[in-house]
Design a protein around this ligand. Sequence first.
Ligand SMILES: *Cc1c(COP(=O)(O)O)cnc(C)c1O
Length: 402
Amino acid sequence: RSLTVCRGRKVMQVPFYRHNLTAADAAAMAAVLDTPFLTTGAVARAVEAELEQYFEVPAAAVCSSWTNGALAVLLALGVGRGDEVVMPAMTFVACANVVELLGARPVFVDVDPTTLLLDVERCRAALTERTKVVMPVHLYGQMCDMARLVETVKAVRDDIVVLEDCAHAFESTFDGERPGRHGDVAVFSFYATKNVTCGEGGAVVSRDPALMERLRRALLHGMSAGAVDRFADAYYRHWDVAELGTKANLPDLLAALLIPQIRGIDASRHQRQARADRYRAGLGGRLRFAEVVPPAVSAHHLFPIHVPPAVRDRFLHELNAAGVGATVNYRALHRLTYYRRKYGLADDALPVSSQWGDGVLSLPLYVTLEPDAQDYVIAQVNRIAAALLPSSPAPLPARSPA
Ligand SMILES: *Cc1c(COP(=O)(O)O)cnc(C)c1O
């Protein structure tokens, strides 16, 4: 591994993420080039069959991204002007953007200071007669207690749809159960940095066949038959559109990368777990961590650490200067300019999300992260922490005020 010297210090380049696709994946992609249509077809259907088996659901649909899949789900549910979608303030901005794009309103709820997951009691308090969807996020790979959340939400009104954001949680479990078991619908991402990736992609799973029917149309303009199906026989068949949809299908070219990753995901979960454990063992007591609380088993999509907000950006830049591809996941949504201008929410209405988002940074974590590279990251974090941080972290607010 190449070391360079910068300002008298040896620097190792450790990227934030690296995929582990191989020549076999290139061959699978090349095989699609021999088919007449490069778009959604037999390979995508094969991935859907794998997903149905893995998540034990009657129906799965692949799509072009989490964002486009979630948009199609919300279209299929008829979410629009006047509707509210309740979500944690500590998540990626895609969650709120899909709601805004449809003219509905994202309602931000604070998170638990230990797990950084949606606070169930505060979620219940945020439900109104306008609430159409609740969108829990299995942040960093740790699943929410879905049985408890769904029971709480449905006790208020049983027609509220619970949509699980599983972008970080393909291989996660809670009490031995996978995503999609309690929620009405679960949406996954196969974006470039996710645990299962094809560069850009996603999937939707649900136990509700009627919802999946509507979703399939919403993924393709609302059309009654997909492009491949339309040409399935020698004779052209008309299609019709009864409800509006978007264009969110996943081409076979990209789907070709997914099946080996899905089959190998439970093995790679252990490799991520080992690297997360190694970080926890090696990083000093000056840092705060997102805790994984049993019976959750995390997919460890990310490894976030939290430092005092006043030094976060300095910490990040020192890591970057040392060759470590650290990043931020995430600044709280209500602090982003669009949302601040539109809703003007005060930080003390969402104190845990605000403070976590102002102090969090993510370290490199992937199955090809070698021990020497990880030891280097640990040494750099500890060096910078010793220079910038007090000996132990100050507590986050115990719980947001009611
Ligand atoms: C990556 C991500 C998304 C968006 O996924 P895309 O496939 O890039 O659209 C949504 N939610 C969370 C929590 C994410 O991390």
